[in-house]
Design a protein around this ligand. Structure first.
Ligand code: FAD
Length: 509
């Protein structure tokens, strides 16, 4: 009796219990399909990375004695859909059972559940054995609360998993959160560490992908491909991060620079999101580095919070709020995405830098995503759904369970504040404080109105003004509204006019 076990492209967990035993009656199924390349327009590096990592994973399974059936994107019998290919294999191998690991995207979860219900053979969904929490753990934790405060969930996770806590349950260093120590801009020193990621030549794979007709955007960098594609490479990347970047991660976590795109970030999100690297491994290594005196507590705690806190928490939001979450749009924003999101050609230096990095590397770090790109889109009234599709396509680490709550909830506040306690917005002042973008920009960071005034300024005050009804009573926004109060009616009228002009001419910015 043959059992088929489906492995999706983001389920490359070589430590999964499935692989502990080599079984003659099990065939592992992996497939490169247009269904997955085409559901949104993807960055070229994202398609290459997933296919190359899948091929590597399949080769290792095979070398380990497992049976593998792999559909390459250009195989003649590949019908380019998950269920279509499974139908063929069930019949070809006379399979008596189908097993799969729980998909992290609602779309695939639905598809596989519906597909399984249509089959007459035995079907079973296994856990991915990757996350700390179950899909519904955050929902159970928060119960009926209308605001899901991440910090509360994070503390629960620290205690539950005994991460940086004493035997009595006290947080290491006497505080749960060292964020106050982590807000510095980067003065150009210390140097950004060398990029320790591997180098691959995936020109042949890229040619095959292009020939398949799959559409993409961004720079493929196929002949000098830099993303870790298996667990060993990801562990090397983790160790390089621990040694050279973690010590500075906390201080410069929110800093931005047009000169350096990574600064002290780990670039491990792709490896973790396709599950070649376990969050448990990363967190244990970071905690150990702190215990060994390799990194200050603020850096280690800050980094661990991103993974044990934010990453698990947004996944809980996603599973609690899907499928309706993607449609939320409390501000009713519907401006189309400006065309320069696809090529970075704008005179706003911060945006051209953040989008340019994203097109070049399929990556940009958190503050660029949140306070440059997302901030602008929110102030300008861009449709959150269009923006979500852009984020989902461009970033190498973008899978809907993590991208959607970050984009729609954290960055666009389109869920009305389930996830973020206030909208993440700022004028040019914040961007200038945390980066070197404004020096040399076409626009003047100090001006609110006039042709050369930085667009963030008028858009920011206008956003606050337009949304008084929804936001004015939010105590976290009290300071912003106090400042708005100080602007004269005459100045506000000019700001409104400038903002309206910008919003209806976004493509020209
Ligand atoms: P580091 O800064 O080194 O952080 C370490 C790890 O913490 C990351 O690898 C990631 O696994 C985790 N992490 C950090 N912040 C978050 C967060 N807010 N939510 C979940 N995990 C987090 N992250 C994704 O993995 N995929 C996405 O599609 C994605 N889309 C985003 C969209 C927007 C609008 C915003 C504001 C953030 C998004 N993030 C996303 C979160 C974050 O920007 C990336 O995880 C991070 O930039 C990845 O780079 P890194 O590995 O160098 O991260």
């Amino acid at each position: 009796m043959t059992t088929l076990r489906l492995i999706l492209g983001d389920q490359l967990n070589c430590q999964h219990s499935w692989y502990k035993q080599v079984r003659d009656d099990v065939i592992y199924v992996m497939m490169e399909v247009r269904q997955e390349t085409d559901y949104v327009l993807h960055h070229a590096q994202k398609i290459i990375a997933i296919f190359a990592a899948m091929r590597d994973f399949a080769a290792r399974l095979h070398a380990g004695g497992h049976k593998v059936h792999y559909f390459a994107i250009d195989d003649a019998d590949n019908v380019q859909s998950v269920s279509g290919n499974l139908n063929q294999l069930i019949s070809h191998y006379q399979a008596r059972a189908l097993q799969w690991q729980a998909p992290d995207e609602w779309r695939l979860d639905q598809q596989l559940q519906e597909y399984a219900a249509s089959l007459t053979i035995a079907t079973e969904m296994a856990d991915t054995e990757h996350f700390y929490s179950a899909r519904n753990e955050a929902a159970t934790f928060f119960g009926q609360r209308s605001n899901w405060v991440m910090e509360h969930f994070y503390r629960h996770m620290r205690l539950r998993h005994r991460v940086m806590v004493s035997e009595t349950g006290a947080p290491a260093g006497g505080r749960w959160n060292f964020d106050q120590d982590n807000r510095e801009s980067w003065p150009g020193m210390p140097w950004e560490p060398n990029d320790a990621r591997p180098r691959h030549d995936h020109s042949a794979l890229w040619a095959t992908i292009e020939a398949s007709g799959a559409r993409s955007f961004g720079q493929p960098q196929a002949d000098n491909f830099r993303w870790p594609l298996n667990r060993e490479e990801a562990l090397v990347q983790l160790e390089a991060f621990i040694q050279h970047a973690l010590p500075h991660f906390g201080r410069f976590q929110d800093a931005m620079s047009y000169k350096e795109w990574r600064l002290f970030h780990s670039l491990l999100s792709f490896a973790m999101n396709v599950k070649m690297l376990s969050p448990h491994t990363v967190i244990a290594r970071v905690e150990q580095a702190w215990r060994d005196g390799l990194a200050p507590i603020a850096a280690a705690e800050g980094y661990i919070r991103q993974i044990l806190g934010w990453r698990e928490y947004v996944r809980g939001v996603y599973w609690h709020r899907m499928p309706g979450y993607v449609e939320l749009n409390v501000f009713g924003h519907n401006t189309p995405l400006p065309w320069w999101f696809w090529n970075g050609e704008t005179r706003m230096r911060c945006l051209s830098s953040a989008i340019g990095q994203s097109l070049e590397h399929a990556h940009s770090h958190h503050i660029n995503r949140l306070m440059v790109i997302g901030n602008f889109a929110l102030l300008a009234g861009v449709s959150p759904k269009e923006l979500h599709q852009w984020y989902l396509g461009i970033y190498i680490d973008a899978f809907e369970w993590v991208e959607l709550p970050n984009t729609l909830g954290m960055s666009q506040y389109a869920d009305g504040g389930l996830l973020a306690t206030k909208p993440y917005i700022s004028s040019a002042a914040y961007i200038d404080r945390m980066s070197d973008y404004c020096k040399g920009c076409h626009y003047d960071k100090k001006q609110r109105v006039g042709e050369r005034a930085c667009p963030y300024n008028a858009l920011y005050w206008d956003f606050l003004d337009r949304n008084r009804g929804r936001l004015e009573n939010n105590h976290r926004m009290a300071m912003m509204y106090k400042q708005l109060q100080r602007i004269s009616e005459e100045d506000l009228a000019a700001i409104r006019e400038r903002a309206a002009h910008l919003r209806s001419n976004l493509n020209a910015a």
